[in-house]
Design a protein around this ligand. Structure first.
Ligand SMILES: Nc1ncnc2c1ncn2[C@@H]1O[C@H](COP(=O)(O)OP(=O)(O)OP(=O)(O)O)[C@@H](O)[C@H]1O
Length: 204
């Protein structure tokens, strides 16, 4: 399933952030979002994931297709690692958490309450959730935060395997994941703020 973004304008806190954005993400492809802090990458990913509406433009192919991992790991601290994954498998109506446990090397941690994991271990658990969702389009916001070098490679391998199975991934990251992926710089799509008219100017 393709994701198609057409002439998208997005805002945060009522202020336009990006405008005129169009791109497509096909099965088997990864697209890396880049741009300075505050340029609108998170806002774009949140909009595509359906957490907020766009100001204008269209997002086609997203419904029931997206697994989103934002800045928070989205884990339940009192449940163990495997209980967390079982919970998400139930939410998404999928079966089996073994692939997720293996891909993110969580076997030794499976009976630990998630709240007692280190930051990097929590992040690995949060990312392993992507595999449990069974969703084809992964939307990931700075997924490598807190990960050590080995875990970053583990994550990149999981993305590669996902692409190899016909999935796709849209990833905001400041680091090079070594993926064979296109890059979208959001800077050129910075929204112009509305012009101040003469009436407003009289009060400045
Ligand atoms: N909760 C919020 N309410 C209002 N404005 C916000 C909120 N969160 C972010 N913004 C503003 O929206 C704009 C876009 O922020 P966004 O988080 O999308 O940028 P980003 O490119 O993801 O940044 P970073 O690389 O720092 O994560 C910024 O000007 C930011 O200050």
């Amino acid at each position: 399933m393709s994701l198609r973004i057409s002439d998208l304008c997005i805002a945060r806190g009522g202020i336009p952030v990006l405008e005129g954005l169009s791109f497509a993400l096909e099965p088997g492809q990864a697209l890396i979002l880049r741009g300075p802090n505050g340029s609108g990458k998170t806002t774009l990913l949140r909009t595509i994931a359906g957490l907020q509406p766009p100001v204008s433009g269209t997002i086609d192919g997203a419904e029931d297709m997206i697994a989103y991992a934002g800045h928070s790991d989205g884990i339940k601290p009192t449940l163990t690692v495997s209980e967390n994954l079982d919970f998400w498998a139930q939410v998404f109506g999928t079966e089996g958490i073994a692939a997720a446990i293996e891909a993110f090397d969580l076997d030794m941690l499976r009976d630990r309450p998630a709240g007692e994991l280190s930051a990097g271990q929590k992040r690995r658990l949060g990312l392993s959730r992507m595999l449990v969702t069974g969703r084809p389009i992964w939307v990931l916001d700075e997924p490598t935060v807190s990960l050590d070098v080995k875990s970053v490679m583990m994550f990149a391998d999981a993305v590669r395997a996902h692409l190899g199975q016909g999935g796709s991934a849209l990833i905001a990251t400041h680091i090079d994941l070594g993926l064979d992926s296109a890059v979208l710089e959001v800077g050129p799509f910075k929204a112009k703020l509305p012009a101040i008219d003469d009436f407003d100017g009289a009060f400045l």
